[in-house]
Structure formats: structure tokens, C-alpha cells
Design a protein around this ligand. Structure first.
Ligand SMILES: NC(=O)c1ccc[n+]([C@@H]2O[C@H](COP(=O)([O-])OP(=O)(O)OC[C@H]3O[C@@H](n4cnc5c(N)ncnc54)[C@H](OP(=O)(O)O)[C@@H]3O)[C@@H](O)[C@H]2O)c1
Length: 319
């Protein structure tokens, strides 16, 4: 019997036409790995889908077939978590519409955010509540799995609203996100002091600052971690350029550079789900493949970072 891992490898190396057939993957046996959300024990597939970047750009267009294919591929191949935000242009609305059309809106794990800070310059709880209600409308669900305060925006106003909605049973999990090192101290305090279930942090093989304090602390406090920017937008692909994947990547079942980068991120024990963004079915399949098979151990992780650190860095705006 062909394994899902084997199947993904064949599919991706055989080119786009084969790669576009999720049925091939459905027939396979080996599933995307799962992690446990510490605050409840709920199991969740370790590979998710982000929706800023190219997903958000494509959501602005008239032709949504690609995004439909990407979301269907996520669900058909054992993924569940979709990370979005009101700040990602049309992503929330379009993903909600596609998911309802596909009938998968109740199967997805919706991870969205709230952030009205900065618009009025002052605390605006009414606007925050309205933004959250809009997310419910877009997704067509009675309960949202996860809402996080985006980029630590007006935590004093927005986190209490999330706590209240969680207490009322309208949100299952709450959290905070940042991808800016200048907010790491703030989020560290929140991890120590607030009753949150999740944090969302930037983490990639060439962006490892969170390994020092935040990831160990999240584990200690039993807080789940969403790993953002696993490819540094596209900087990691540019950094490896046309170099071949090292032979030893097969020792942890990475068949592409994307899987190499993903496996680095998810082999950290604090990471619950990684959420690479894509607008292409073939890349969604590639990324799901990163959640299948063996993971690098600490010796291998060192070998991986040594390889990447030796390459010249590529500047990419992270915003
Ligand atoms: N503060 C926050 O809360 C925060 C901040 C940043 C990000 N995030 C979340 O994290 C997600 C990930 O970050 P991101 O989307 O900015 O960056 P990313 O996931 O590091 O990179 C996305 C880019 O990689 C490309 N890509 C995806 N899969 C690929 C593959 N297998 N092979 C080659 N290229 C591939 C995509 O293009 P294609 O469309 O061509 O595949 C896109 O250009 C976001 O979408 C968002 O949900 C949250």
C-alpha cells in the first residue's frame, strides 16, 4: 500500500498536474501529524493555512478558484486550522464565503484576530465588538475556535472582551499575537500573567529569537503556539535560491525546501501549528507534506541552522 508520505513525494516531483489531484492524497495512509492544545487536550493537525500575503492578494481578485482549491486541499488532506484577521483585506470574508460554499465552515478551526487599535487612536470597545461580530457573520458559525488580539493592539481593551466572550461560550480559545521583536517583552508579560490559550509568534529557521525565551515560556505556561512566517514571507526561498536540498534532508523526510523549513519549525516542542500562507494548491500540498513523516532531532536541527546561517541573508520587509 502506498503511504501518504510516499504519495506526496511522488505528487510533488511529478509536477503540477498530478499535484493538483487531492484524491491521490486522500487515498494515502499516513496522516499529517497532530499536536495537543495544552489548555483543553484537543488534538489539532500541525499544518495550518495562513491568509495574509498572496492569499490576501488573490482574495481581492474576481477569480477565487485557486483559493477554493487551497482550502479544499487543506481539509481533504487532514488539515484544519485557518489563520486570518480583519486586517488581511478580503481574506476573512472570502475564506468564509468559500468555506460555506464548500460546506467546510464547521469543520475548519477558525483562528482570527481582533484589532481596532490605531484607527481612532483611543480605546474603542464598541468597534472591537463589532469587528468580532463581523467575523462570526463571515464564517457562519456560532462559536469561533480562536480569536487573538492582533499585534498586541490595545490589549487592555480587547483582551477583556475576548475573555468575556470565552466565558459566554462564544469563543473557544483566546490569545495574543506579535511578529515584532519590540513587542516580545510585552507578550512575555502577558504569557506570564494572562489566562490565554494561544500565542501567535514569528518563527523560522533564520528567525529564531523566540527560541530564547518565548517558546520555552509558552511550554512552561501550557500555552499553545501558532508559528507565523515560517518562510520569512519568501526570504528563505530566495536565500537557498537554486541550491539543491541536501541529501541528509531525507533522514527527516523533507522532499522540498518548504518541507525543510516547516520541519525545522514544527520540530520545536512548543509549536502547536505552523500556518504558512499560500494561494496555490501545489504549495498547500507541499506544506501539508511538511507535517508528515519524521522530524529532525536536536543534532539535525543544528545541522539545518548551520547550513542556512552560512548563506547570505536576503532582506525582506516583514510588516
Ligand atoms: N501578527 C500576526 O498575527 C501575523 C503576522 C504575520 C503573519 N501572520 C500569519 O502567518 C501566516 C504566514 O505568514 P506569511 O503568509 O506572511 O508568510 P509565509 O507563510 O512565511 O510565506 C508566504 C509566501 O510563501 C509562498 N509559499 C507558500 N508555500 C510555498 C511553498 N510550498 N513553496 C514555495 N513558496 C511557497 C507564498 O506564495 P504562494 O501563494 O505562491 O504559495 C507566499 O508568497 C500569515 O498568512 C498570517 O496568517 C500573523
Amino acid at each position: 500500500m502506498i503511504s501518504r508520505r510516499h504519495c506526496l513525494g511522488l505528487t510533488l516531483s511529478a509536477g503540477a498536474s498530478l499535484a493538483l489531484d487531492p484524491q491521490l492524497l486522500l487515498a494515502a495512509q499516513q496522516a499529517v501529524g497532530e499536536r495537543i492544545i495544552p489548555s483543553t487536550g484537543e488534538r489539532i493537525p500541525v499544518i495550518g493555512l495562513g491568509s495574509s500575503a498572496t492569499f490576501a492578494q488573490t482574495a481581492k481578485s474576481e477569480d477565487l478558484d485557486n483559493l477554493k482549491g487551497v482550502m479544499k486541499t487543506l481539509i481533504d488532506n487532514g488539515g484544519r486550522l485557518f489563520d486570518t484577521a480583519p486586517g488581511y483585506g478580503a481574506s476573512e470574508e472570502v475564506a468564509g464565503r468559500i468555506a460555506r460554499e464548500l460546506g467546510i465552515h464547521k469543520r475548519l478551526f477558525w483562528a482570527t484576530k481582533v484589532n481596532v487599535a490605531g484607527r481612532s487612536g483611543a480605546a474603542d470597545p464598541g468597534a472591537a465588538r463589532a469587528q468580532i461580530e463581523q467575523s462570526f457573520n463571515y464564517f457562519g458559525v456560532d462559536k469561533i475556535d480562536l480569536i487573538q488580539v492582533h499585534n498586541m493592539g490595545d490589549v487592555a481593551t480587547q483582551l477583556p472582551i475576548l475573555k468575556e466572550l470565552k466565558a459566554k461560550g462564544r469563543i473557544k480559545y483566546i490569545g495574543l499575537t506579535t511578529t515584532s521583536t519590540n513587542q516580545y517583552r510585552l507578550i512575555e508579560q502577558a504569557i506570564r500573567n494572562e489566562p490565554i490559550d494561544f500565542v501567535g509568534l514569528d518563527y523560522a529557521i533564520d528567525n529564531r529569537d523566540v527560541e530564547d525565551k518565548l517558546l520555552p515560556l509558552a511550554m512552561e505556561r501550557k500555552i499553545a503556539v501558532l508559528a507565523y512566517l515560517p518562510f520569512g514571507r519568501t526570504s528563505l526561498f530566495k536565500r537557498v535560491a537554486d541550491r539543491p536540498l541536501p541529501d541528509w534532508a531525507s533522514e527527516f523526510d523533507a522532499k522540498t525546501w518548504a518541507q525543510f523549513f516547516i520541519k525545522y519549525v514544527i520540530s520545536h516542542p512548543a509549536v502547536t501549528v505552523v500556518t504558512p500562507s499560500t494561494s496555490q494548491v501545489k504549495n498547500m500540498l507541499d506544506n501539508l507534506g511538511g507535517g508528515i513523516g519524521r522530524l529532525p532531532d536536536s543534532t539535525m536541527r543544528k545541522r539545518m541552522t548551520d547550513l542556512i546561517d552560512a548563506l547570505p541573508p536576503v532582506a525582506v520587509r516583514m510588516g
